[in-house]
Structures are given as structure tokens and as C-alpha cells.
Design a protein around this ligand. Structure first.
Ligand code: FAD
Length: 290
């Protein structure tokens, strides 16, 4: 289908973009990579009257470590996450997740900021950010706002972003030595959205005790899920097989998948259990090697 007609603006500064958002209110939409917004407009599920394209605002695309954080500019493309030497060597979860997102065409355009701002539980980065304990930085008329990732996803396509705010940066605390991370998803075919996906980040000290456990789930609820009960069970333990099995069981109980073309509720819960076990094992191996 062809989208409804709309006006288009291409501001060159964040303040200009915020002024446009204030002027047009809920009739306006930010455009980043366009690979979620445009399909929704073509289906007439979104009918914005004003598109505010932020691609000409400088300095919104970067991957760097500073002041204790890994910082990702909102306009950083999937392909840039995929190609980053820093991410490949220190944060292997990004190589896991980016290669599972759609196809190269989507990854050449889609941005990390858009992936989170869209608020879609089927997108893969939200679970990764929940596991990594990220913070989301946005700019609005009142200046900068920092939202912890656990407070960011409010529901079906709903986030903590106000109508007049722009997501500008994602900050991830740089984890200590002994940290490992991993992401995978079950997909019906290459490039599909997840039937179920699991992100893990964990830290083990020299004695093998788990000092941090982050578990995020993709597409098994109306919003991305952080499995705090399982995280708490495992933190402070030596991550025995028995405890990992119990945590995997908890994750399968604490999600709320619905039956659809990708499978029944039961099947998705069972897959969460399998994937949590596998990703904890992989993250442990990576933590030991790091
Ligand atoms: P856009 O489409 O430009 O925007 C998405 C929404 O976020 C819009 O409402 C927009 O107004 C808002 N927005 C964007 N940027 C900002 C910002 N900086 N501040 C405030 N609001 C903002 N994703 C996955 O994770 N996994 C997949 O397997 C996957 N498969 C896909 C398959 C296909 C065929 C397609 C077309 C897309 C797929 N996607 C998948 C989605 C893709 O990753 C999108 O690119 C991503 O969801 C949105 O990023 P974007 O930069 O394209 O955002």
C-alpha cells in the first residue's frame, strides 16, 4: 500500500528537531532508519502528517567508551555495530544480535535508537539492553533525560519517550573483567522476527561466583522482559547446572507469550527454557576467556 501524504522536515540540530516536535505534537514522527516506521505507514498503522528526518543532525552516530560507559549514538546503524572492532572484541553480544536482525538491506539503514524507540517486543536490541543494564538518554524541551532501561518499555509500542523527545544515546556501564554475554533467538527462517529470544550478560569473580546476572527476553510478552526472579536466584552463586536449570524454568514461567504463526504459548515457553540454559553456558565460557 501507499502511505498517506505527509509533510517532511530535515532539521540539522537537535533543538530544531525538538521545536518541530513541539509544534506538530502527536501528528509528527521522527524518522531514523525508516525500517519500522515506513512499513507501518504503508500499512496505514501509522499516519503521521509530519515526518522529522533526523539523519542530517550531526554527531548522533558513534560507538565509544568514555567515563565508565560504552556509548552508542542513536543513529548508529546495525551494520556499524556489526563492523565495530571495539564491540567485536569486548562486547560479543552485539555480533550475536546484529547478524540475527533481518537482512543486510535492513541492517544498512536500521538504527539502534530506532530499534529501541519503536517499543516493539519483537525487536532484538531491547532484550540485550535489559541484560546489559543500559540507560537511555533523550533530549526534550527541558533538556536531557536519562531513563534506566527497566523503566523504558511501557507496553505495546509504548516507551518512556514523550512526544517531544528524541532518543540521542544509549549508555551501557562498562562491565568488569570476568564478564561474558550472549544472545540468540529461535527464528522460523533467516531474517524473521524471534519466536523467542534470550540475552544474557553475567560477571564471575576469580572464585567463580556470579556477581552480576542480566537476563532479557525477546517477543514473549507485550514488552521486552527482564527476568529478575532468575537473575536474583543466580547472583551470588557458583552457577551450578541445577541452579541454571531452575533459572531457565523461572524464565519460562515469568514470560507471557501468545500463540501465533510462530508457535503455541507452550512451545515458546519451552524454547525460552532451552535458550536461557544455552546462553548462560555460552556467556560463562566467554566470561572465562575474557
Ligand atoms: P524508524 O523506522 O525510523 O523509527 C521507528 C520508530 O521509532 C518510529 O516511531 C520513530 O518515530 C521512532 N524513532 C526512531 N528514532 C528515534 C529517536 N532517535 N528518537 C525518538 N524516536 C525515534 N528488528 C529487529 O530487531 N529484529 C528483526 O529480526 C527485524 N527484522 C526486520 C525485518 C524487516 C523486513 C524489516 C523491514 C525490519 C525488521 N526489523 C527487525 C526492524 C528494524 O531493525 C528497524 O530498523 C528498527 O526496528 C527501527 O529502527 P529504524 O532506525 O529503522 O527506526
Amino acid at each position: 500500500m501507499i502511505p498517506n501524504s505527509f509533510d517532511y522536515a530535515s532539521p540539522t540540530s537537535i533543538s530544531e528537531a525538538i521545536a518541530l516536535l513541539q509544534k506538530h505534537g502527536d501528528e509528527a514522527k521522527i524518522l531514523s532508519g525508516g525500517h519500522s516506521l515506513l512499513p507501518m505507514m504503508k500499512l496505514r498503522l501509522a499516519e503521521p502528517e509530519m515526518i522529522i528526518d533526523i539523519n542530517n543532525i550531526p554527531d548522533l552516530s558513534y560507538i565509544r567508551e568514555s567515563d565508565g560507559y560504552l556509548r552508542l549514538g542513536a543513529l548508529t546503524r546495525e551494520v556499524e555495530l556489526e563492523d565495530s572492532e571495539l564491540l567485536r572484541s569486548n562486547y560479543p553480544i552485539f555480533a550475536d544480535v546484529t547478524k540475527l536482525i533481518a537482512d543486510p538491506q535492513v541492517r544498512n539503514c536500521g538504527t539502534i535508537g530506532g530499534n529501541l524507540a519503536h517499543g516493539d517486543a519483537a525487536n532484538d536490541h531491547p532484550a540485550v539492553m535489559l541484560a546489559m543494564n543500559a540507560e537511555v538518554v533523550s533530549q526534550g524541551p527541558n533538556g536531557e533525560k536519562v531513563t534506566h532501561i527497566t523503566d523504558f518499555f511501557h507496553g505495546f509500542y509504548m516507551t518512556a519517550l514523550e512526544e517531544d523527545e528524541i532518543l540521542t544515546e544509549i549508555r551501557i556501564p562498562i562491565p568488569p573483567a570476568g564478564t561474558g554475554s550472549a544472545y540468540t533467538k529461535l527464528e522460523r527462517k533467516v531474517g524473521d522476527y524471534a519466536t523467542a529470544g534470550v540475552a544474557i550478560q553475567l560477571t564471575m569473580d576469580a572464585s567463580g561466583t556470579c556477581t552480576y546476572m542480566g537476563i532479557g527476553l525477546t517477543n514473549v510478552g507485550v514488552k521486552p522482559i527482564k527476568v529478575t526472579r532468575a537473575e536474583e536466584l543466580l547472583t551470588g552463586t557458583n552457577l551450578s547446572q541445577d541452579l541454571i536449570d531452575q533459572a531457565a524454568q523461572m524464565a519460562s514461567e515469568d514470560c507471557s507469550p501468545s500463540a501465533d504463526l510462530r508457535g503455541s504459548e507452550e512451545y515458546k515457553r519451552a524454547m525460552v527454557k532451552v535458550l536461557v540454559r544455552r546462553m548462560i553456558k555460552l556467556a560463562m565460557e566467554r566470561a572465562r576467556a575474557h
